[in-house]
Design a protein around this ligand. Structure first.
Ligand SMILES: [Zn+2]
Length: 265
């Protein structure tokens, strides 16, 4: 039984309202020792924190404004992120980031929001969870502003190339590998993930989105991270158990997870 952490899921979303307990049971059975419930806005951070409490910390929560959420550019919402983060109840700042694929929020406002999240992460010495879609260059430019600072975090659901990788690793980031890595046509992505050092690799689902093969097309859930683990372990010439240990150790250290025991399943 591999010991795994899903470092990025949205279990507060209403797509889990009918069977959230069963989803959590299946996660435990699949060897998951923690799931990081990632917020996309203030209500989502509050719901994720409530879930964390209801599960005695099996889920851990984050606080931040997704770049496509309307509130991303709202100063009052950013103040509230800071207020919540300073309570100490959240393990990370995010998700934040840049996304030019959708234009709900102008890039300039996304950049302002990202800067504010990064400053908060540095101030509180918390990891940051970054989303990047069609925005590598502006993201790398903002990250470069923090060069030399002790920024740490993860670029989640990495979909970039080998050439984009060095700037992210230099910025102190881990790389989150999700279901897309298992898709048939993701050759370029797999070549990039092959170059991520063991100590910077994290596993995630981004549930309810982007289920890995062979579950592609279904609603994603944390237990499915095991499929991605098996797939990537094979590419690295490791057992799934070994890759699970490596990536779980990385997640425990990055998010400061405590009392993480053996896999239940
Ligand atoms: Zn997400």
């Amino acid at each position: 039984m591999p010991r795994l952490v899903d470092t990025h899921c949205h279990l507060d979303f209403d797509s889990f309202d009918d069977d959230r307990d069963e989803v959590l049971d299946r996660a435990r059975q699949a060897g998951l020792v923690r799931c990081v419930a990632v917020a996309v806005d203030i209500p989502s951070a509050e719901r994720s924190l409530a879930l964390s409490r209801a599960t005695d910390g099996y889920l851990v929560a984050t606080v931040g404004l997704h770049p496509n959420e309307e509130s991303a550019g709202d100063p009052a919402a950013l103040d509230r992120v800071e207020e919540l983060a300073r309570t100490g109840a959240f393990v990370a700042i995010g998700e934040t980031g840049l996304d030019t694929y959708r234009d709900d929020v102008p890039l300039e406002r996304q950049v302002d929001s990202l800067r504010r999240h990064l400053a908060l992460a540095l101030d509180l010495d918390l990891p940051v969870i970054l989303h990047c879609r069609d925005a590598f260059e502006p993201l790398a430019a903002v990250l470069a502003e923090s060069a030399g600072a002790s920024l740490r975090g993860v670029l989640h659901c990495y979909t970039g190339t080998r050439t984009e990788l060095p700037a992210l690793l230099e910025a102190g980031l881990h790389i989150g590998a999700g279901g897309i890595a298992t898709f048939k046509n993701s050759h370029e992505l797999r070549a990039a993930l092959d170059e991520v050092p063991d100590e910077r690799l994290l596993l995630e689902t981004d549930a309810p989105f982007l289920a890995p093969a062979p579950m592609r097309g279904k609603r994603n859930e944390p237990a499915f991270v095991a499929h991605t683990a098996t797939y990537l372990a094979e590419r690295r010439g490791l057992t799934t158990e070994r890759l699970g240990e490596i990536t779980t150790d990385n997640a425990v250290a990055l998010f400061g997870l405590t009392d993480v025991g053996p896999a239940a399943g």
